[in-house]
Ligand binder design. Structure first.
Ligand code: BJW
Length: 229
């Protein structure tokens, strides 16, 4: 690691899998049980907000029961001990990275623990169940809250900041993501174009595996701590 000055880490559902959080596209993953068009698109929310609230309410309740694992801990340790800069970009909406101690963290697909008010456009912390009758903590409006998550067709968060970090990094590491969803799936090419060394840590080769200089296959709780050592 001492050969590098600036690291961008990209994480996906695989980093939280061993904490007990479901992935999306694995055999028993979330998209094998629910249709993403019903629960992860703006159109699905307009069609049936109660269905979407229930989906995220259940995941928010589940999140309260799980704990960070050795992979989250290793990434937090890397940020603490590395002498250069470490930017952690996660596609996950759980809070396991921050609970493990990561601080320079971008939740590009939003956070289960926040709500977004469609009346005042402000985000607020949110830990209980949400419904069509929930009140915005910021403006007081009733009936305008949605989970603060990025659905298909919506712009992921803090893209300017992410592309700036990709432009200056000399090491890019992708961890536990299938490389299925853009723009995150394109970050490896962006980092490569800028001359970064690119590494994939995943259970199996991702869709974009041929773009990586190096790959380590295995369970995140084993390969991430070993990589960070
Ligand atoms: C383990 C493990 C263990 C398991 N250890 N590993 C064509 C070209 C470009 C774009 C598009 C296109 N067609 C459509 C699009 C747009 C679309 C898209 O990409 N669709 C694809 C399906 C094709 N993207 C969008 O709409 C995005 N917005 C957008 O593009 O805006 C325009 C724009 C363009 C350019 C720049 C900027 C903006 C928004 C995407 C929003 C994604 N939202 C979701 C749901 C919301 C959040 C939530 O409910 O949680 O986000 S979808 C879902 O997928 C979720 C995840 O964050 C995301 C990624 O999934 P992830 O993390 O990779 O999980 P899995 O399950 O797929 O993979 C897990 C991996 O872990 C596997 O490889 C396992 O092997 C591994 N694993 N156990 C280590 N123990």
């Amino acid at each position: 690691m001492s050969a590098y000055k600036s690291i961008v880490l990209l994480t996906g559902a695989g980093v939280s899998a061993e904490s007990g959080v479901d992935t999306f596209r694995d055999k028993d993953g979330i998209w094998s049980k629910v249709d993403y068009r019903d629960v992860a698109t703006p159109e699905g929310f307009i069609r049936d907000a109660a269905r979407v609230h229930e989906f995220y309410n259940q995941r928010r309740r589940d999140m309260a029961k799980v704990k960070p694992n050795a992979a989250h801990a290793a990434l937090a340790r890397l940020e603490r001990e590395f002498s250069g800069s470490v930017t952690l970009v996660t596609q996950n909406i759980d809070d396991l990275h921050e609970r493990a101690g990561s601080t320079n963290l971008i939740h590009m697909h939003g956070e289960l623990g926040k709500t977004l008010c469609q009346a005042c456009e402000r985000r607020s912390p949110w830990s209980k169940d949400m419904s069509a009758l929930s009140q915005c903590p910021a403006c007081g409006a009733v009936g305008y809250l949605r989970p603060d998550v990025v659905w298909f067709g919506e712009m992921p968060y803090r893209m300017d900041h992410i592309y700036a970090a990709l432009a200056e990094c000399d090491l890019f590491v992708s961890i536990g993501t299938s490389g299925n969803v853009y723009p995150a799936a394109g970050f490896v090419e962006e980092a490569r174009l800028n001359g970064a060394h690119t590494v994939e840590l995943n259970l199996e080769p991702s869709d974009g595996h041929s773009s990586f200089d190096e790959a380590v296959l295995g369970r995140a709780t084993e390969i991430v701590p070993a990589f960070v050592e």
